[in-house]
Design a protein around this ligand. Structure first.
Ligand SMILES: Nc1ncnc2c1ncn2[C@@H]1O[C@H](COP(=O)(O)OP(=O)(O)OP(=O)(O)O)[C@@H](O)[C@H]1O
Ligand SMILES: [Mg+2]
Length: 393
């Protein structure tokens, strides 16, 4: 896995107007900024997660609705809390300029503009925002993908899915995979994997000021499958003290070191969980065919944007899919108004035994339909991997 050092401010330009984007690219690269282009909001969000721009230029003149939606998304996202946003607007009309600021931009430039004016605004924003080169950790950029597993209700099988999926990813890719137990109060990843002694996440919290790959190595445990695991704290006091910013920082550093960072989230909307969701590139939304989880899945999708989550990054996982004769996949999809992408069979005693023994299904019962479905899910995640389109050639 490559890790790239950075030294200059990174600017992401988001515009559907290709010619304009390339003009801006030329002006900014002449000044030696690192410039990245995206022509759609989805692409911009993915790219922003990977390159961690200091400044985003949003062309709200060419596509106002999408442009302002992106500004709001950036503002709502814990991960991009400090990003600077410069909006391009289509006229001097007060309504348009106010709309840009209301959507969360820090400044605006009216189109058409002289390149010098744009450059001046960019530089003054960067100076005002003190956005000189700051990277998540020691000048390294994010490379890996963060996959958060979020349950629509307690007990739907989120941890079982996260643990088995993490091992499947590790086996299929032979890459570096870490599983983070982010159910800080009641985390049981250690039980699923038969890892119970320290260290755990508290070691990282004690070293937050100088997080580095070396510090991470001291905090993670190595499972026999080759999976790395960051356990939750052993005491409620330590768990209670964990903040959203700490979660964002920890996931940030892990994503510079691992190909996949799997996060087993707490079921609920507390700040640390929202931070993990906002950091994630993909979210496995786990539910069972019962009224409450289905209802909660629907609310989750409805609020996704406000949580800084792209609905297209959310993948529905219907666990114990065959356990309710009255509610099948079709009924779930009709209610939630989204496709069930992954379907996992109910496996009764075998899964309970696998947890009791601390040997996940994909290892202990690899030819069980549940394990095969998990492996297929991991394959699909690997295949859907987004390679960000970096600088234009
Ligand atoms: N596909 C399945 N078939 C049968 N049992 C399952 C299946 N998936 C999970 N279970 C069982 O459901 C129980 C809860 O699983 P798990 O701990 O993974 O859920 P969770 O959503 O993480 O729960 P919590 O909200 O407590 O974190 C376990 O006993 C597990 O064995
Ligand atoms: Mg759990």
């Amino acid at each position: 896995m490559q890790v790239k050092a950075t030294s200059v401010p990174r600017i992401l330009v988001v515009s559907t107007d290709r010619l304009l984007a390339e003009d801006i690219y030329r002006v900014l690269t002449k000044e030696s900024f690192d410039v990245f282009l995206a022509d759609a909001v989805d692409e911009a969000v993915v790219l922003a997660k990977h390159v961690r721009p200091h400044l985003v230029i949003v062309d709200a003149a060419s596509a106002p609705e999408e442009g302002y939606a992106l500004c709001r998304h950036l503002r709502a996202s814990v991960a991009h809390r400090n990003v600077l946003v410069l909006a391009l607007v289509g006229s001097h009309e007060i309504a348009e300029r106010v709309a840009a600021l209301e959507a969360g931009s820090d400044d605006y430039v009216v189109k058409p503009f002289h390149p010098e004016e744009l450059l001046y605004r960019v530089k003054s924003l960067l100076v005002r925002g003190k956005a000189m080169p700051v990277s998540p950790v020691g000048g390294y950029e994010r490379q890996g993908r963060i996959v958060a597993c979020f349950g629509c209700k307690g007990g739907v099988g989120t941890t079982t899915v996260a643990v088995n999926c993490a091992i499947a990813l590790r086996r299929l890719t032979s890459g570096l995979v870490v599983l983070v137990d982010a159910d800080f109060h009641f985390g049981d990843v250690g039980i699923h994997l038969d890892l119970n002694a320290p260290p755990d996440v508290t070691y990282l919290l004690d070293h937050l000021d100088h997080l580095s790959p070396l510090v991470v190595q001291q905090a993670v445990q190595q499972h026999t499958s080759g999976l790395h695991v960051l356990l939750s704290p052993s005491s409620p006091e330590e768990a209670r003290a964990i903040t959203a910013d700490q979660v964002a920082a920890i996931l940030g550093v892990l994503s510079t070191m691992y190909d996949y960072v799997l996060v087993d989230c707490h079921t609920g909307y507390d700040d640390p969980t929202l931070a993990a969701l906002a950091e994630a590139d993909e979210i496995l939304l786990v539910l069972t065919p019962e009224i409450s989880p289905i209802h909660n899945a629907s609310s989750f999708l409805h609020s996704a944007n406000r949580m800084g989550v792209l609905p297209s990054a959310v993948h529905l996982v219907l666990n114990r899919a065959n356990s309710n004769a009255n509610i099948g996949r079709k009924e779930v999809e009709r209610f939630v108004k989204a496709r069930v992408e992954f379907w996992l069979v109910s496996s009764g005693r075998q899964i309970v035994q696998s947890i009791t023994r601390g040997v996940p299904m994909v290892m202990g019962k690899p030819s069980h339909p549940f394990s095969e479905q998990i492996v297929n899910m991991a394959r699909a995640l690997i295949a859907s991997g987004v390679t960000p389109r970096l600088q234009v050639s």
